[in-house]
Ligand binder design. Structure first.
Ligand code: NAG
Ligand code: NAG
Length: 342
């Protein structure tokens, strides 16, 4: 589905590469069951700013000068595949954050787990960028951000964004391209998410950090900012989060998920992931030696890839400019050592 509007940028890849992306997408489309909003979700915040279609299949989240909005899965899941087709707000979106993530911060305030897609708005004419991140057992002082551009305009069409979380690995997908895989390492300890999480979708004003490190703010002249969701997927093991571990009842669900096609990083998917990361990743905590003199244990240092990054974890060429400003994060997280977007 990413093929139709795969709009190459100036530094376009050869068309063969585009073709490969498309073939990969078509040949390996995921097999899952979509659910309506009411079957799996409830309104989280933002009064009238969550709008459902009459059939409950489409959900719209709005941000205006009074409030953002969000929804949450009605259950928490011990492992799972969390996914939606999402269309992001168009035009001027500086200062806006659209987040699609799993978390259990409401239940485990000090020891929460989290897996994030965070889309960062931009001034009109400049593309959306986004980051992925993870926390485990309250590891908020150890951010694991990677930042990227996209190979399409996410405000034009719906694209599928998915998070796979198993006991063994975590995969972030865009359409059928795995863009990041974190393989659990014993040394990560509690930093690897291990407790049941709910799925969240939110839109909110992140003027203090989302765009150029907070230099460009949300402008409500362009409100409301509209984000659309459909074909929601929640495949996992619903559990009561304060039940006693281990969740033995999840054995069947875990093995069902392990056998799904979205759990298999085939050679062609791995190649697509590599191409994506070569072309679109512009910051990685694994190469940010200013911040982490010793890369966290799950980092797989690719020497070729590393050569393209400075010791601040930012690309040496392209995608970044001068500037030293730090950005503050929601929930007092440790900022990346230099804002990669300035
Ligand atoms: C898709 O998944 C369903 C249910 O898990 C299964 O019955 C069906 O055979 C699968 N189809 C394909 C093409 O794998
Ligand atoms: C999670 O953090 C709590 C409090 O800091 C600690 O007691 C516990 O051992 C940690 N669990 C794991 C799995 O690291």
């Amino acid at each position: 589905m990413g093929c139709l509007n795969f709009s190459p940028s100036k530094t376009s890849a050869p068309s063969l590469l585009l073709l490969l992306f498309c073939i990969t997408n078509i040949a390996e489309a995921f097999n899952f069951t979509t659910i309506s909003f009411d079957e799996g979700f409830s309104h989280l915040f933002g009064d009238g700013n969550l709008v459902r279609s009459p059939d409950g299949q489409n959900v719209r989240l709005l941000l205006d000068r009074y409030t953002g909005s969000g929804f949450i899965s009605s259950s928490m899941y011990n492992h799972g595949f969390f996914s939606a087709l999402i269309k992001l707000p168009a035009d001027y979106t500086a200062g806006i954050c659209v987040a699609f993530y799993t978390s259990n911060a409401d239940v485990f305030e000090k020891t929460h787990d989290e897996l994030d897609f965070e889309f960062l708005g931009n001034v009109a004419g400049k593309p959306w960028r986004f980051q992925t991140n993870l926390y485990g057992n309250g590891s908020t002082s150890r951010g694991r951000e990677e930042r990227y551009r996209l190979w399409f305009d996410p405000s034009k069409e719906f694209h599928r964004y998915s998070i796979l979380w198993t006991a063994r690995n975590i995969i972030f997908y865009i359409d059928e391209v795995p863009i990041r895989e974190v393989i659990r390492k014993e040394e990560m300890g509690g930093d690897y998410p291990s407790k049941p999480m709910a799925l969240y979708a939110t839109i909110w004003d992140a003027s203090n950090w989302a765009t150029n490190g907070g230099k460009v703010k949300a402008d409500y002249k362009f409100a409301p900012f509209v984000s659309d969701y459909k074909h929601l997927v929640l495949e996992g093991c619903p559990v009561d989060p304060i039940q006693i571990f281990p969740f033995s009842a999840c054995y069947e669900s875990d093995s069902r998920i392990a056998n799904k096609d979205y759990s298999a990083v085939t050679p062609s998917r791995r190649a697509a992931m590599r191409r994506f990361r070569q072309r679109y990743m512009y910051y990685s905590y694994c190469y940010d030696t200013v911040r982490y003199p010793v890369p966290p244990p799950e980092c797989v240092i690719d020497q070729d890839e590393q050569r393209r990054f400075k010791d601040t974890g930012r690309l040496k060429f392209g995608g970044s400019h001068k500037g030293q400003k730090r950005r503050s994060r929601r929930r007092d997280r440790n900022p990346v050592s230099e804002d990669p977007d300035i």
